[in-house]
Design a protein around this ligand. Structure first.
Ligand SMILES: Nc1nc2c(ncn2[C@@H]2O[C@H](COP(=O)(O)OP(=O)(O)OP(=O)(O)O)[C@@H](O)[C@H]2O)c(=O)[nH]1
Ligand SMILES: [Mg+2]
Length: 437
């Protein structure tokens, strides 16, 4: 159990900066608690808080009432008083009742969790109208079940009586109703705002152009890679969640074929579900990509854990079945033995540096090879008694469009040569996408 306290040299004379205590459960499996806390500290820093202490507790499972046990809560309260902390951040999402109980036990400070922190950073970095709406939606969904606690909290900080002068059930009901109403409004507005991008996306789908999506852990270098591969000028920064919007650019492959490449929001360990939901339409491009370029910061000590975290999110958004190419980026910052370790584990991966350009030609060639592998676009008319082939098409091919006609189901599909072989007898139109052929 490690408890170490750190005092910050510069006492806050300028803008009031939150002095934060980080708290994590050490479960002895999965991500190491030290690594997880280091990342939480980076998140706190990005959100503008200064970490003054970190506390951990060995737990096989979080306490359902208070996350950590009672003794640890007392220690948190004491540490907060000693160090003048204004904020305590838990490294896992707290349930509304855990949050409530902890607020009762550590009354002088604000209580937050990893989710709230990530939402805060997203709110800070959202620039487009769509991004702002998506973040607000995620925040409202997170807030809705926590409104009661919030009211108590605000009351207390406004100098109200101890836990007694809540808004009352009727006020709380009103607030919940307003929150739900706002969630509805945000969802409708998002559909409207996404309209233009959605049209462009559909046009790309219809065009049959091979679509590549960059995915990866936040700060892995996705935007830098897009900028290096295309003429894009996407914002790049050494901070978490620098870019939240999706940007699509065309890229010409060595043999002259054009594909599209999309950069999108980064993922993180324990990415809040409300954010995944809210960013659904932004992530459509990932779900439907012909190829994912999974950009990994190969110079990061947690590279393998980060790969696993990204794969988990891909599963959550329904993109786990997309063909993926693992790319270890930041080759310029890698020790030679690290490079060997990465390739030993992922022998088919590409090692490159978006910064120096090393390995990018190999990356382009690999994209070409993938595009050639998925080379056929077919328009097929399947009679209604061939449900087996419709099922096959849905399972093994990419469906570009579907139309029900008198004679049967007309599908435009993009399929591997092998799957196309089964569908070909019903083909109305066949197009080989392979360029020179
Ligand atoms: N040394 C080195 N740094 C790189 C390389 N590629 C990107 N970076 C740096 O890594 C940081 C993050 O790069 P981004 O391209 O913003 O990363 P991202 O994956 O788009 O991150 P988010 O948008 O925050 O999710 C920046 O400081 C980049 O300059 C590389 O090949 N080598
Ligand atoms: Mg980015």
């Amino acid at each position: 159990m490690s408890n170490h306290e750190r005092f910050t040299p510069h006492e806050t004379t300028q803008a009031p900066v939150d002095r934060a205590i980080l708290v994590a459960a050490d479960r002895g499996r999965g991500w190491g608690v030290v690594e997880s806390l280091a990342e939480l500290e980076r998140l706190a820093d990005t959100a503008g808080a200064v970490v003054v202490a970190t506390l951990t507790q060995k737990l096989s499972a979080p306490d359902p009432r208070t996350f950590v046990h009672k003794g640890k809560l007392e220690e948190i309260a004491q540490t907060a008083r000693d160090l003048g902390a204004t904020l305590v951040i838990f490294d896992d999402e707290l349930t509304p009742s855990q949050q409530n109980n902890i607020e009762g036990a550590v009354p002088e400070t604000k209580i937050a969790d990893r989710t709230a922190l990530i939402l805060d950073i997203f709110a800070l970095h959202a620039t487009s109208r769509e991004g702002k709406l998506q973040v607000e939606l995620a925040q409202m969904v997170y807030l809705l079940p926590r409104l009661r606690g919030l009211w108590r909290h605000l009351d207390r900080f406004a100098g109200g009586g101890v836990m007694t002068r809540g808004p009352g059930e009727s006020q709380l009901e009103t607030d919940r109703r307003l929150a739900r109403k706002r969630i509805g409004e945000l969802k409708r507005e998002l559909v409207h705002v996404a309209g233009e991008r959605e049209l462009q996306r559909k046009a790309r789908v219809r065009s049959g152009i091979f679509r590549v999506s960059l995915v990866g852990y936040t700060n892995a270098g996705k935007s830098t890679t897009l900028n290096a591969l295309t003429d894009a000028d996407v914002f790049v920064a050494d901070k978490l969640f620098a870019t939240l919007d999706a940007t699509t650019r065309t890229m010409e492959l060595p043999e002259g074929r054009t594909v599209t490449v999309t950069d999108t929001v980064g993922f993180i360990h324990k990415l809040p579900h409300s954010l995944v939901e809210a960013f659904k339409s932004t992530l459509d491009e990932v779900r439907e990509a012909d190829l994912l370029i999974h950009v990994v910061d190969g110079s990061h000590p947690q590279a393998f854990d980060q790969i696993a975290a990204v794969q988990e999110v891909l599963g959550e958004i329904g993109a786990a079945d997309r063909p993926a190419l693992v790319v270890f980026n930041k080759a310029d910052a890698m020790e030679p033995e690290v490079r060997a370790q990465l390739l030993a584990r992922y022998p088919h991966a590409v090692v490159c540096s978006a910064l120096t350009g090393e390995g990018l030609d190999t990356l382009r060639e690999r994209v070409s090879a993938e595009a050639a592998r998925q080379a056929l676009t077919l328009t097929i008319l399947l009679p209604y008694d061939r449900g087996d082939l419709v099922a096959l098409a849905y399972e093994k091919a990419q469906i570009i469009s579907e139309e029900h006609t008198v004679e049967g189901t007309r599908l435009v599909v993009r399929a591997s040569v092998q799957v196309a072989g089964h569908l070909e007898p019903f083909a109305e139109h066949r197009r080989t996408v392979t360029s020179e052929a």
